[in-house]
Write a protein that binds this ligand. Structure first.
Ligand SMILES: Cc1cc2nc3c(=O)[nH]c(=O)nc-3n(C[C@H](O)[C@H](O)[C@H](O)COP(=O)(O)O)c2cc1C
Length: 400
């Protein structure tokens, strides 16, 4: 991986005309006849170091961590750094979040200078510091504002704009009802897209028709010009608790009025579950979050299981997944090195940044009498110590 300085951080202003990335439509996605498996956006996780590994093992699209629109507009260095993109990881989406249409549009223009393939809008973050301030999942309670943001961003850039959201705000949104988006004709802004979404919710023409929140929301976002929609199968109230519910994701995908690709997300941890999500719910892509921690080769395992290795047909090349513990540990070591590089060659910072991956990696799951070694691994602060413990693990437990 190159250093942050040789990446496409922010290109000179005035270059916004150039990069119109290929538009994805449902038919173009399906034409590949191959499942698309994406790396979910994750704060503090999906930096260029981790994205590079996921890409190597077959992630068909990677997303940046979410980027605060206001901080981008204010040109905060730690935020603009998140726009670092390397050509090798394309296609890549930069995700932004915020609560004001103007700031989001301005942020999207700034993001476009970094030339991502997609600009994604976060309408799903449940944490208080985001949703509580009316951004992320907070917009699930103010759909007119959400649609205003979607339109403002779409109109501000040439890059395809996608969005990621949840099933709704709380349990009530999971059940069909009349006008689930709470849109009415007296909304203070007007426009074709809103009127159409009002129609979808049964207020005009089909009086009394019931629909679920996410089905109507997806249509409304499509009408705003959103080109793909990722849906995490939980409500905001659920945060990360309970099981992701894919039935409503399938309902959105199978709604005949939907024409844009639908990306399903939530609890996909194995190739078997990924296959089930494609087969049963018909989604155009699955998006993997937590199961990728310390496990970037999961993408290759999923794709191998679904397709066999079709690299040559598709030119979507990826490395075979590591099989032995020693091979897997070698990938984790490489991640540590990349993380340190990403952290400005600050060894301690890079190691702390990688710990989440050691803690969750399936490589170390279920090893007998592993507790003390695990504690030592999660406490180590130098590369020499981390690598020595990893070598010891392979020696002691890696007889495969
Ligand atoms: C540590 C962490 C950070 C996350 N950050 C983001 C984010 O920046 N943007 C976003 O849209 N979702 C974020 N998410 C949610 C994930 O993208 C995904 O929707 C969620 O984890 C469910 O998928 P999974 O079950 O495959 O993990 C985050 C999740 C985790 C665990």
């Amino acid at each position: 991986m190159g250093s942050p300085t040789d990446a496409n951080v922010v290109r000179p202003v005035g270059n916004t005309e150039a990069q119109v990335a290929p538009t994805t439509t449902r038919s173009s996605v399906n034409a590949t006849l191959l499942p698309n498996v994406y790396l979910a956006p994750m704060e503090d996780v999906t930096d260029p170091a981790f994205r590079a590994l996921c890409k190597r093992y077959g992630a068909d699209r990677v997303y940046t961590e979410f980027v605060n629109a206001d901080a981008l507009v204010r040109d905060i260095a730690s935020t603009t750094r998140k726009l670092t993109i390397h050509d090798a990881e394309r296609p890549v989406a930069v995700q932004i979040y915020g609560r004001e249409p103007e700031a989001m549009a301005e942020a999207a223009r700034i993001v476009e200078q970094a030339q991502p393939d997609f600009i994604d809008i976060n309408f799903g973050c449940p944490v208080k510091k985001v949703a509580g301030k009316g951004a992320g999942a907070g917009l699930l309670r103010d759909v007119p504002k959400m649609l205003e943001i979607a339109r403002a961003v779409v109109n501000a850039v040439h890059t395809p704009v996608t969005a990621k959201t949840r099933l709704g705000w709380d349990e009530a949104d999971l059940h069909p009802r009349v006008n689930p988006l709470n849109l009415n004709r007296s909304v203070s802004f007007s426009g074709l897209s809103v009127q159409r979404s009002v129609s979808a919710s049964g207020l005009s023409g089909e009086a009394g028709r019931e629909s679920t929140f996410i089905v109507d929301l997806a249509e409304a976002l499509q009408d705003c010009g959103i080109q793909e929609l990722a849906i995490h199968g939980r409500t905001r109230s659920q945060m990360y608790r309970g099981e992701a519910d894919w039935t409503l994701i399938g309902e959105v995908r199978n709604n005949p009025r939907m024409h844009i690709p639908i990306i399903g997300n939530g609890d996909v941890c194995t190739p078997e579950r990924a296959r089930e999500c494609f087969d049963r719910y018909g989604v155009d892509a699955v998006m993997i979050g937590r199961a990728s921690f310390g496990n970037p080769w999961l993408f290759a395992e999923i794709k191998d299981a679904l397709n066999g290795r079709h690299d040559d047909m598709t030119s979507r090349r990826y490395d075979a997944p590591p099989r032995s513990m020693a091979e897997k540990v070698a990938v984790l070591k490489e991640h540590v090195e990349r993380a340190i590089e990403w952290c400005g060659n600050d060894e301690r910072k890079g190691i702390i940044h990688s710990r989440r991956h050691f803690a969750a990696s399936p490589v170390f799951k279920g090893l007998p009498d592993f507790r003390q070694t695990r504690i030592a691994l999660l406490r180590a602060e130098t590369v020499a110590d981390v690598f020595a413990i990893m070598d010891e693990i392979v020696e002691k437990w890696g007889n495969d």
